[in-house]
Design a protein around this ligand. Structure first.
Ligand code: AMP
Length: 115
């Protein structure tokens, strides 16, 4: 059996996190090493390893996840000035935790570097 990721432990409340939003579909919490004044991770309660695996979900389920990312960004007060949503996928994408997560970054103008 694949080893449980740290995010599954956070979902099960075995490890604490600074939770900013939770509902039936997602949990959102502050990144422990923030890269911007606001840096929150949104994870779905349905497991997917990464973006590629999530893209094979039924469209409704993908839509619920995307919808919640927008709701969290709004609740964080980021809508007016804007923000960035990032999914790192796999080794070359820089993914370090094998449980899909959306990074929401904001609170300052972000540079446009892609690499
Ligand atoms: P990625 O590189 O896209 O896989 O991002 C993983 C993110 O998870 C990194 O930005 C880490 O800082 C963050 N992270 C790792 N462990 C924790 C934790 N226990 N609580 C909050 N964020 C974490």
């Amino acid at each position: 059996m694949a080893q449980e990721t740290i995010f599954e432990k956070i979902l099960k409340k075995e490890i604490s996190a600074a939770v900013v939003y939770e509902d039936d579909h997602v949990l959102a919490f502050k990144d422990i090493h923030p890269q911007a004044p606001v840096h929150v991770l949104v994870i779905p309660k349905t497991k997917a390893k990464n973006f590629s695996e999530m893209s094979r979900w039924a469209p409704n389920d993908t839509g619920e996840f995307v919808n919640r990312i927008g709701i969290v960004a709004e609740k964080l007060g980021l809508e007016r000035q804007g923000y960035r949503v990032v999914f790192n996928c796999g080794e070359y994408g820089g993914q370090t935790v094998d449980y899909i997560h959306a990074h929401i970054l904001g609170g300052k103008p972000l540079n446009i570097s892609m690499a």
